[in-house]
Design a protein around this ligand. Structure first.
Ligand SMILES: Nc1ncnc2c1ncn2[C@@H]1O[C@H](COP(=O)(O)OP(=O)(O)OP(=O)(O)O)[C@@H](O)[C@H]1O
Ligand SMILES: [Mg+2]
Length: 397
């Protein structure tokens, strides 16, 4: 059987039969030259391949560092299923990487009670199209839960398929700290209410009583001494008037400090009476309206918060609004309570006031905002010069 010699050059492969005549000297030299050229090219390609390999290794290490070891969990979802997850996501969820090869639904890792938060964000993502963020609890493989901040964005993968990318980070420590601050604020508020009650008792039982005694004594002097100098009588009468004004102010302060009527009548009736009395005392007619509140069972702390918010809103109307009427609207609209405090007075520049309040030591609106934060609510103030003010507060139940 005759063998074959393969001669490979850059342009062609030549098969040469052994039986063929030997190559001429010239042809041999040409083939050898071509072979050398080919060898050199192969060596160059080899070096390039090795360099490409090194680059690939570096890129892979970088990808591992950036993607897998990122300080946040990172998942790619297709139709709600996890098609890719980085190492941090697996670690945070106490799962192995292989657990994701079965493409589990992402919702499986979200605590049942918090799934509505996740689906709401997905819905908003579909309608608004913008990146969505929320805070919820996820569950590890061992069924323990932890708090995360979750960000979701809709995008396309390398093949143009619509996917969602989810980034999440553990915020349990912050949440625990928030809860501690919240509990502390609640106890602080309770202590403050107790303190206010004691001050109110002291004002009413001691200071107001002493002032009354002082007024009686004062009245006696100019009533019982007939031959009193007219200018002295005038001064004593003026003093009596001043003492009376002070008694009224002290009594009213003591009354306000106590959350009038709350213990005896409950929140709604107490607020109704409070508004009626404020309307009688001042120049503003306060109209209190409520709806849907009977179905809501509020604890005492929440009642105190609502009462104090309304008190400060009303005090501001009396002090600053120059309004002849105002409305307090309390709506039970599950899962929230909505409170509107509205006047038709002179209004004010809310932004400018915010900047000023720290310097001028004005505490009312800042205190309201802090109170609202304490109960995880939100507050918005709309006000325009000469068009009145509306404070809207949303309190989650
Ligand atoms: N209903 C309102 N109408 C008009 N201006 C208002 C009204 N509520 C607040 N303001 C303006 O906002 C400012 C800040 O109110 P805030 O309650 O913080 O402080 P304050 O009432 O002046 O003092 P404090 O409440 O500390 O005794 C007021 O000084 C006033 O200029
Ligand atoms: Mg005020």
């Amino acid at each position: 059987m005759g063998g074959e010699i393969l001669i490979i050059s850059d342009k062609h492969i030549t098969r040469m039969d052994e039986n063929q005549e030997l190559l001429s000297h010239e042809e041999t030299r040409r083939v050898l030259h071509e072979l050398r050229v080919y060898q050199t090219e192969l060596e160059v390609q080899n070096v390039e391949l090795r360099m490409a390999q090194v680059h690939l290794d570096t890129a892979r290490a970088r990808y591992f560092d950036l993607y897998d070891l990122a300080p946040v969990g990172y998942c790619t979802l297709s139709k709600g299923l996890v098609v890719e997850a980085n190492l941090t996501a697996a670690t945070l969820l106490g799962a192995t990487r292989s657990a994701f090869s079965r493409q589990p639904p992402f919702s499986r890792f979200i605590l049942e009670e918090d799934q509505c938060i996740y689906y709401r964000s997905i819905e908003q993502l579909s309608t608004a199209g913008e990146q969505q963020a929320c805070e919820l609890r996820m569950v590890r493989e061992d069924k323990t839960s932890f708090w995360v901040r979750l960000e979701i964005v809709a995008t396309q993968d390398a093949d143009g398929k619509r996917v969602r990318r989810v980034v999440f980070s553990d915020i349990t420590e912050r949440k625990n700290a928030d809860e501690k601050i919240h509990a502390l604020s609640q106890s602080l508020m309770q202590a403050q209410e107790k303190e206010r009650y004691l001050i109110s008792c002291e004002l009413h039982d001691s200071i107001a009583q002493n002032l009354s005694a002082l007024k009686i004594n004062n009245d006696l002097i100019y009533n019982d001494i007939p031959m009193i100098f007219p200018d002295l009588r005038e001064k004593l009468t003026a003093s009596s008037r001043l003492i009376l004004q002070t008694i009224v102010a002290v009594r009213s302060l003591a009354y306000d400090l106590r959350l009038p009527g709350l213990e005896e009548f409950g929140l709604l009736k107490a607020l109704e009476i409070y508004c009626e009395e404020a309307s009688e005392k001042g120049n503003v007619k306060f109209d209190f309206q409520s709806s849907g509140m009977f179905a809501i069972d509020l604890d005492r702390n929440m009642e105190i918060h609502i009462y104090r918010l309304i008190q400060e809103g009303m005090n501001n109307i009396l002090k600053h609004a120059e309004s002849d009427s105002a409305t307090i609207l309390l709506l039970g609209s599950s899962p929230n309570i909505i409170l509107h405090i509205r006047d038709n007075g002179r209004g004010f520049d809310v932004k400018a006031q915010e900047l000023l309040s720290a310097a001028t030591k004005r505490m009312g609106i800042r205190g309201m905002q802090e109170r609202v934060n304490m109960i995880h609510g939100s507050m918005a103030i709309k006000s325009q010069p000469m068009k009145g003010t509306q404070i809207s507060i949303k309190i989650p139940l």
